[in-house]
Design a protein around this ligand. Sequence first.
Ligand code: PLP
Length: 210
Amino acid sequence: MAAGRDPASVRLVAVTKTMSAVYVNEAIAAGVTDIGENRVQEAADKFPLLRGNVRRHLIGHLQSNKARTAIELFDYIHTVDSIKLAERLDHIAKELGRHPVVLAQVDLGKEATKSGIDENELYDLARCLASCTQLDFRGLMTIPPFFPDANATRPYFHRLHELLIELNTRAITPKPLSELSMGMSHDFAVAIAEGATLVRVGTAIFGTRQ
Ligand SMILES: *Cc1c(COP(=O)(O)O)cnc(C)c1O
């Protein structure tokens, strides 16, 4: 690979939001192993129609009133952005006997419209997630601001990787955190070069959304 990365260390999450179950089933038949949805309700409608075994990733903002459904539906939750949400997910996962993989979403763009926790509050959230016994805390996720030039996103991806290393230096989890969810259709190559382990790609697989 151009980035000098082992292809096995990067997983493709096919983002299926707005795509009907027919398309998603074709993608699964073609070998897609991981799918991403950004809305809990859309996933609740679609997932019962899917055939085959895929890992299911929630990549959109999670409101706490949807936490229970999210725990029922998803294997990975990329968007934990507060201690309150983390504690709620842990509590519900215990009730339901589930052990979802979770990532802390970090807001590196300082944009009011984007969700995610501020960098300076990340350590406290990470410590909380590490202590949540039902949650399998594995890493970080970010959505950088949009730039027409994909290379302009590089500093954001680089920073997220630095934050992962900083958390690992402090050894808050028994095993080092290993997942970096970053990169979309127009900038996944840059994200992979900066250490992404999960890239979330929709348009480049399925074409433009309606
Ligand atoms: C829609 C979405 C993607 C995929 O975007 P594309 O540009 O279609 O690849 C990735 N991540 C999140 C959080 C999304 O909402």
